[in-house]
Design a binder for this molecule. Structure first.
Ligand code: G3H
Ligand code: 13P
Ligand code: ZN
Length: 280
């Protein structure tokens, strides 16, 4: 069942758990993410990035996600991840995405609030939810490059959220996209301050490889959506390398299935850690 983020995140916020924003990169990963959600009776945020759209096209990416969402017994939000090409974000909203993220970290400071406010007002008329990122999140992952990142300033974040009316806010507190960096450390004190200042659910990006205890603490400090991509790619690739060692395997379905199952298991692991199992 296709839904937006509103009720999903409100319930997670009330009951102190988080929902995974899992990135689909291929048909197989999309199938695996939904399968995991169904097995665990967990709501799912199925995320599509601009790179995935370049890879398979907007219509096909959406058709895959929508077919899976319609066939699922759990709530599924189809979410545009890191929208920086705003024309494409608009197209995604027109095609039927139930939620979008506006990543305005590269936009001039004075343009951000008016742009996000106008976009969000229009999106809300169509029951599309909006997540926003104002400060660059560190690390690098293909199209998403934040170098060293720029930490969120709580009072400025509060003003941004109040003036734009976004549904959730992505914090920059030291997590990085891609494989974890050697000295990566989340600033949980800063997160606590942001949580006090900002009154919408918070989103943590770049959570792959982050210590489980730290993620649990982040959830207790207001994080209701946690984005995971790299851990799923690593699980897929590790298993594919193993499968391809067997010279008798030369059917793509036999090559893909074990890797698809590995993604499913990785998603299940995260669902349990985030506490969203049995919350559908
Ligand atoms: O946050 C970044 C996402 O993991 C998207 O990565 O641009 O390689 O699809 P991508
Ligand atoms: P990771 O690839 O580091 O898990 O980050 C995912 C993400 O933030 C997607 O927006
Ligand atoms: Zn991200």
């Amino acid at each position: 069942m296709l839904v937006n983020l509103s009720n999903m995140l409100a319930k997670a916020d009330r009951e102190k758990y988080a929902i995974g924003g899992f990135n689909m990169t291929t048909l197989e990963s999309a199938m695996a993410i939904i399968e995991a959600g169904e097995q665990e009776k967990s709501p799912i945020i199925l995320q599509i990035s601009e790179k995935t759209i370049d890879y398979m096209g907007l219509d096909l990416a959406f058709a895959i996600a929508k077919t899976l969402a319609d066939g699922a017994k759990i709530p599924v939000c189809i979410h545009f991840d890191h929208g920086r090409n705003f024309e494409l974000v608009q197209k995604a909203a027109d095609v039927g995405f139930s939620s979008v993220m506006l990543d305005v970290s590269k936009m001039g400071k004075n343009e951000r609030i008016p742009f996000v406010k106008t976009f969000t007002t229009r999106a809300h008329h169509r029951k599309i939810t909006v997540e926003a990122e104002e400060d660059q999140i560190g690390g690098r992952e293909d199209y998403v490059d934040g170098n060293r990142g720029h930490f969120t300033e709580p009072r400025r974040a509060a003003q941004f959220v109040k003036e734009t009316d976004v549904d959730c806010f992505a914090v920059s507190i030291g997590s990085t996209h891609g494989k974890p960096l050697p000295h990566e450390k989340l600033d949980l004190e800063l997160l606590a301050e942001i949580n006090k200042a900002v009154d919408v659910p918070l989103v943590l990006h770049g959570a792959s490889g982050t210590d489980e205890k730290v993620l649990r603490e982040a959830i207790s400090l207001g994080v209701c959506k946690i984005n995971i991509d790299t851990d799923l790619r690593l699980a897929f690739t590790r298993e594919l390398r193993r499968t391809l060692k067997d010279p008798d395997v030369y059917d793509p379905r036999e090559e893909m299935k074990p890797s698809r199952d590995e993604i499913r298991d990785e998603v299940i692991k995260h669902i349990r850690l985030f506490g969203s199992n049995n919350k559908a």
